[in-house]
Ligand binder design. Structure first.
Ligand code: FAD
Length: 467
């Protein structure tokens, strides 16, 4: 009908996976249509994820660093927080990036269709736009519909005092007492922000440690630091009920010491994200979606239907932007006829808390469970001149080696800027580097990057003095 559109490659969802795939396919000469339900491009990551959270974490860092300089001879007055201005600044960072994406789409002649898309057949998506239904037919399609926060049946999510990460980033107010349900990356990053802004934070985590994916020794310095700042960190504890009362949210929890109740001004629910596989009617195109909502793909990002690909959060863990981007490139290149595979050895993970916690490849726990002869080099930042000159000494850089060939197979780093430091180890693992490669590469002094160098030397036993 009139207004109907055809794309050689149609991408459903404009997050980091989707826009990367759309741009790459267009660069390879394909006529591309990009479907997005939200007003701006960029998905969760740019609008309500990676980017706004990092802007607020920067503000948090400025506040806590200023506080702590008080012990080193420079005192500042208590910060005056103008929440409206802080929110505006965060939004301007986001808008700069999402606006940039629109420009990049235009420059590549990527046709953006704004509306909610659902498959109606193996070569058709119907998009509910403001002007009615638009039919978008395709030769090939890339599903990049992302994920959404998990909700829990015993929590009154419609109460405005119950928020998810999107609500937390809206920065409506600074609650006096905030309960963060979930001690994973997202919950802890938001806790970092609200703690700096003045909230009294309590973390509740079901597992026996916060950030359960990383090694305990790497998480410990973070735990220790926030334990001193927050009201409580309750591990091995689960929330069993949240009751909306006039004076606050009454929360019932069960932990090692039994059941207890407490009342909070706000509850942030950060217990994971669920993929959007079930919300796009993929089955109508013949694409299988599993019970949890994930779409299975092969190492070329193809679903069971050869001309339909899927990428990003909707295909599985880890739900991270850099994974989505990498998969987006693979899918677009395969769609354009190139022989490409997803063959990355490792995907780094980072919690941008204070201190940051980063890990890549096998954790020590995983390597041991796999029966690998594990060797390790662990360097305490208390011996790093640069770390001490930042007023911090709690960091650790730990490298995991396979004793058989001394190759590095994993790393865990905790400390300021750990997220930047982990990239070097990711490269080392991709290149098959061994301890000598890392130990003999001259790193600039004095930087935190030296700790990777020193950790390799610790493993080799060649370190002579600590600085
Ligand atoms: P998304 O970014 O989820 O994008 C999917 C898009 O598809 C959305 O724009 C959605 O509106 C659209 N869509 C869905 N269904 C339809 C439909 N039917 N029709 C039309 N459009 C549709 N990852 C990191 O790597 N680093 C971080 O620092 C980081 N921080 C985060 C902080 C927070 C608070 C959160 C929530 C997440 C964070 N993540 C981070 C995770 C990261 O945001 C995701 O992994 C990433 O956005 C996934 O990209 P994607 O392309 O798969 O999907």
């Amino acid at each position: 009908g009139p207004g109907d559109i055809h794309g050689e490659v149609v991408v459903l969802g404009s997050g980091p996976g989707g826009y990367t795939a759309a741009f790459r396919a267009a660069d390879l000469g394909k006529k591309v249509v990009l479907i997005e339900k939200d007003a701006s491009l960029g998905g969760v990551c740019l609008n309500v994820g990676c980017i706004p959270s990092k802007a607020l974490l920067h503000a948090a860092k400025v506040i806590t660093e200023a506080e702590e300089m008080g012990e080193h001879g420079i005192s500042f007055a208590k910060p005056k927080i103008k929440l409206n201005d802080l929110r505006d600044w965060k939004s301007s960072v986001v808008n700069g990036l999402t606006g940039g994406l629109s420009g990049l789409a235009k420059a590549r002649k990527v046709h953006v269709v704004n509306g909610y898309g659902r498959f109606s057949g193996p070569n058709m998506i119907e998009v509910q736009t403001d002007d009615g239904l638009t039919k978008v037919s395709f030769d090939q399609c890339i599903i990049a519909a992302g994920s959404e926060p998990v909700t829990l049946p015993f929590i009154p999510h419609d109460d405005p005092r119950v928020i998810d990460s999107t609500g937390a980033l809206e920065l409506e107010d600074i609650p006096k007492r905030l309960l963060v349900l979930g001690g994973g990356i997202i919950g802890l990053e938001m806790a970092t922000v609200y703690d700096a802004l003045g909230s009294k934070v309590t973390i509740v985590e079901f597992m026996d440690q916060i950030i359960p994916g990383a090694d305990k020794d790497i998480v410990k310095p973070l735990h220790k630091r926030i334990e001193g700042r927050y009201e409580a960190i309750l591990t091995k504890t689960k929330v069993t009920a949240v009751e909306a009362q006039k004076k606050g949210l009454k929360v019932t929890m069960e932990g090692p010491d039994g059941e207890k109740t407490d009342t909070f001004d706000k509850v942030l629910v950060a217990v994971g994200r669920k993929p959007n596989g079930k919300t796009v009617d993929a089955e109508k195109a013949g694409v299988a979606v599993d019970d949890r909502g994930f779409i299975n793909v092969d190492n070329q990002q193809r679903t069971g239907v050869a001309h339909i690909f899927a990428i990003g959060d909707v295909v599985g863990q880890p739900m991270l932007a850099h994974k989505a981007v990498h998969e987006g490139k693979v899918a677009a290149e395969v769609a354009a006829g190139e022989k490409r595979f997803f063959d990355a050895r490792v995907i780094p993970s980072v919690a941008y808390t204070d201190p940051e916690v980063a890990w890549v490849g096998l954790t020590e726990t995983e390597a041991k469970a796999q029966g690998i002869k594990v060797g390790k080099g662990s360097f305490p930042w208390a011996a790093s001149g640069r770390s001490l000159s930042l007023g911090r000494s709690e960091g650790i850089t730990k490298l995991i080696f396979d004793e058989e060939d001394d190759r590095v197979i994993g790393a865990g780093i905790v400390g300021p800027n750990a997220g930047d430091l982990i990239a070097e180890v990711a490269l080392a693992i991709e290149m098959g580097a061994d301890a000598v490669d890392l130990g003999h590469t001259i790193h600039p002094h004095p930087t935190l990057s030296e700790t990777v160098n020193f950790a390799a030397e610790m493993f080799e036993g060649t370190i002579t003095d600590l600085m």
